[in-house]
Design a protein around this ligand. Structure first.
Ligand code: SF4
Length: 316
């Protein structure tokens, strides 16, 4: 994997250490920042194109060329993951890309990170049926809290979204994980947790995961849930897993170079600490800080202090 290759890639990024999926190569199908929701905690920044319009947002062919090029060196990866700057199920070419990976690089498993809002459409469920894991979100089971946390497109209807997830479960026999993002003061009370619990029991996910703010979100008023509150909520939701911090992951050292453009491509999709970056780099923390300082000086990224440390984030 060389420095020059990374610079050429526009639609794939990483590999990055994922808290849930191990070492993951990201595919970003959406222009920043296009989504059906505008979540208060979104780590990619504010949604600037709030839409339910499905189309080929980025061209499929050049993306396939990037994948072919990157995967030709047979890299060690745990997953190839649809994630990035928005909601991937809005892209009409997702099935073609999944088929391409399964045909040309069958040894790699595919994950889809989605907000799950479009699964009420049977065609979208069919489009993604070839992935190995779907990780979908459900942060609220009341309309009021759905609006407060996820700030949806006006065309979305929560009961219809839930029906879509139930239908997906019936049709999708592989792994379906549901993620609940805990926002203290909104969805951490017993009433809302109870509604979420009942809804999840209709969906029958293989796993329930609880998440909370780890990186800077869109709104500065959000605070992370305490460890105790996370553990209490996890046990109330029938033994949900609390998503582990990157701090507990090992250094895979998959990159032998770091440069400003590469760092920028990662940070654009996901705010990181210098320590997060050191987990995918052989470079010293000193060198990483030097590159990060250079990006700050150019006005391309900003530093935000969070409980887990100083995060470097895209200045959108
Ligand atoms: S967190 Fe996910 S679903 Fe919510 S606005 Fe960001 S990209 Fe969209």
């Amino acid at each position: 994997m060389t420095y020059k290759k990374h610079l050429r890639y526009k639609y794939i990024f990483g590999p990055v250490p994922s808290r849930r999926l191990g070492l993951s190569l990201g595919i970003d199908l959406m222009p920043h920042k296009t989504c059906t929701l505008n979540c208060v905690y979104c780590e990619c920044g504010k949604t600037t194109n709030l839409t339910m319009n499905c189309k080929e947002y980025i061209p499929v062919e050049p993306l396939q060329e990037e994948l072919k090029d990157f995967l030709s060196s047979n890299p060690k990866l745990d997953f190839i993951t649809f994630s990035g700057s928005g909601e991937p199920t809005l892209h009409t070419g997702i099935k073609e890309i999944i088929n391409f990976i399964k045909k040309d690089c069958p040894k790699y498993k595919i994950a889809l990170l989605t907000n799950g809002t479009l699964f009420f459409q049977p065609d979208i469920r069919k489009q993604i049926s070839g992935v190995d894991i779907v990780i979908a979100s459900l942060d609220a089971a009341s309309k009021q809290n759905f609006k407060k946390i996820n700030r949806p497109h006006p065309g979305l209807d929560l009961p219809e979204i839930i029906e879509g997830l139930v239908s997906l479960r019936k049709e999708f026999a592989k792994q379906l994980w549901m993620e609940v993002f805990l926002v203290p003061g909104i969805n951490d009370n017993r009433d809302e947790l109870n509604r979420i619990k009942k809804t999840l029991s209709l969906i029958y996910p293989d796993k329930i995961q609880l998440n909370t703010l780890d990186r800077p979100g869109v709104e500065s008023w959000i605070r992370p849930a305490s460890k105790k509150d996370l553990l209490d909520a996890a046990s109330y939701l029938n033994g949900a897993d609390v998503i582990k911090s990157l701090d507990s992951m090992s250094n895979d050292g998959v990159l032998n170079k770091n440069d400003c453009n590469y760092l920028l491509s990662i940070i654009k999709r996901r705010p990181c600490t210098a320590e997060d970056i050191s987990k995918i780099s052989d470079n010293s923390l000193e060198e990483i800080y030097r590159h990060l300082d250079a990006l700050i000086e150019k006005g391309l990224i900003v530093k935000k202090n969070m409980p887990r440390g100083a995060f470097y984030t895209f200045d959108s």
